[in-house]
Write a protein that binds this ligand. Structure first.
Ligand code: THG
Length: 364
C-alpha cells in the first residue's frame, strides 16, 4: 500500500516528532489523526511490551468534553452505565448506544467534576451525536473536542518508570482511577488505564506545549528499564480480548452482543433502554467469542465469514498469530447456536478455508 499523505484533516499529534524519531514503520488513521501501528515488527513490539515498558502516542483517543449544569443529565442519556455510582476520581468504560440499542462508540469516560466529563472516544465522530442531543434537548452544556492528547505508558515496568517522573504517588492510583499530578508546573490527569493488559497508565496531556518535554522526560528516566516507543499491539490486544470499535463491533451490534452487558446497569431511561430490554433479560442472539484458527492465515484486514456447513453463523474481524501461545488467536461474533466453547466452525479467509474452534476464554 502507498503511504498516508498528511494534511490538516489527517492530524499530527504533540508527540509526532518523537514517534518519527523513534522510527515508526506504519500508521493508521483514527479520529482523523495519525496512530502508529508498528515500530520494530508487531511480534517484536509485542514481546517487548510484555517484558518492559513502552510509551504510546494515543492522542487519537480524542476527548468529547461535556461541561455545564446538565452534564450529568446528558451523560445519563448517552450511557447505559449507572453514572450515579461514579466516584470523583474515576474512569468508566461506557458503551454508547443509539435508540435501537446499536453501538455508537465505546469510550472511556473520565469524571473531572460533577458538571464536567470527558468521553475518550474510539474511532467515530461521537461529538456530533452528543452535540445534537444537547441542542435538541435544550441542555445547558458546552460540547467540544478539547486539544487533549493521551499518552499511554504500558508494560510491567510502567509503575517504576512513572514513579521516576511523577513520584511514588503513582503507585497508589487504582485501576480506572486517576490523580492530577504536576509536570513542569502543570497538573495532568494520570489514570491507571490503557489498551493493553500489561498494566500501565494514561496521561492526558492538554495542549501541545508539554507533549515533547513529557515524551523526552519519560525516555530519559527509563533508559535502564528498556523503555521504547510502542503503540496498541494487535497481537496483545486480541490475546487480551480488547475490542476494537469499527472492527469487532459496530452499530449493528448491541453491547450485550459485545459482551459489555455488565456495563449496562443504569436505572435511568437512557437512549436505547427499551430496545435493549429483551436482550437484557434473555441474552443476545450472537456474541463476541475468542477463537483459535488452524493453519497459516494471512492478515485479517476486513472480515471473514464463519461457517457451519454452508451456513454463515458469524464473522471474524481480528485474527493474528500469537508467538506466546503458538496458535492463531481471533475475535469473532458468533451466533448463539454455535458459540459454546469447543464448537468447531470454518472460517472463509480470502487465502482459503480454515478450521476455527470457539474457546472458553481469552488468553489473559
Ligand atoms: N483509553 C482511552 N481512550 C480510549 C481507549 C483507551 N478510547 C478508545 C478505545 N480505547 C475505547 N475502547 C476501550 C476498550 C477497552 C478498554 C478501554 C477502552 C478497557 N477495558 C478493560 C477490560 O476490558 O478489561 C477494563 C474495563 C473495565 O473494567 O472498566 O480498558 O484504551 N483513554
Amino acid at each position: 500500500m502507498a503511504e498516508i499523505y498528511p494534511s490538516r484533516r489527517v492530524r499530527k499529534t504533540p508527540f509526532s516528532a518523537g514517534v518519527e524519531a523513534a522510527g515508526v514503520k506504519a500508521y493508521t488513521v483514527y479520529n482523523h489523526m495519525l496512530l502508529p501501528v508498528c515500530f520494530d515488527s508487531v511480534e517484536a513490539d509485542c514481546a517487548h511490551l510484555k517484558q518492559h515498558v513502552q510509551i504510546w502516542d494515543v492522542s487519537c483517543e480524542r476527548q468529547v468534553e461535556i461541561r455545564g449544569p446538565d452534564a450529568l443529565r446528558l451523560m445519563k442519556m448517552i450511557s447505559p452505565r449507572d453514572m450515579d455510582r461514579m466516584a470523583a476520581d474515576q474512569c468508566y468504560y461506557v458503551p454508547a448506544v443509539d435508540h435501537n440499542g446499536g453501538m455508537l462508540n465505546d469510550p472511556v469516560s473520565i469524571k473531572l467534576a460533577d458538571d464536567h466529563y470527558w468521553l475518550s472516544v474510539a474511532d467515530g465522530d461521537l461529538w456530533q451525536y452528543v452535540l445534537g442531543l444537547a441542542i435538541a434537548h435544550g441542555m445547558d452544556v458546552e460540547i467540544g473536542e478539547p486539544d487533549v492528547s493521551p499518552l499511554a505508558v504500558q508494560g510491567p515496568k510502567a509503575d517504576d518508570l512513572m514513579a521516576r517522573v511523577f513520584g511514588d504517588v503513582v503507585r497508589e492510583i487504582r485501576f480506572f482511577r486517576y490523580k492530577r499530578l504536576p509536570f513542569e508546573g502543570r497538573d495532568l490527569v494520570v489514570a491507571r488505564s490503557g489498551w493493553s493488559k500489561q498494566g500501565g497508565f494514561e496521561i492526558y496531556v492538554e495542549g501541545t506545549e508539554y507533549g515533547m518535554p513529557l515524551w523526552d522526560a519519560l525516555f530519559a528516566a527509563g533508559e535502564d528499564l528498556g523503555v521504547r516507543a510502542g503503540c496498541p499491539n494487535n497481537i496483545e490486544r486480541i490475546e487480551s480480548g480488547l475490542l476494537s470499535f469499527g472492527s469487532d463491533m459496530r452499530r449493528e451490534n448491541t453491547p450485550y452482543e459485545c459482551g459489555l452487558g455488565r456495563f449496562c446497569n443504569s436505572p435511568e431511561d437512557f437512549i436505547g433502554k427499551v430496545a435493549l430490554a429483551d436482550q437484557a433479560r434473555n441474552g443476545p442472539p450472537r456474541q463476541i467469542r475468542p477463537l483459535v484458527i488452524d493453519g497459516e492465515i494471512g492478515p485479517c484486514t476486513g472480515s471473514w465469514p464463519l461457517l457451519a456447513g454452508s451456513k454463515q453463523v458469524g464473522q471474524v474481524a481480528s485474527a493474528v498469530y500469537s508467538p506466546e501461545f503458538g496458535v492463531n488467536v481471533a475475535i469473532g461474533m458468533v451466533d448463539r447456536a454455535h458459540w459454546d466453547a469447543g464448537s468447531v466452525l470454518e472460517v472463509d479467509t480470502e487465502h482459503g478455508m480454515h478450521r476455527a474452534v470457539v474457546q472458553d476464554r481469552f488468553w489473559r
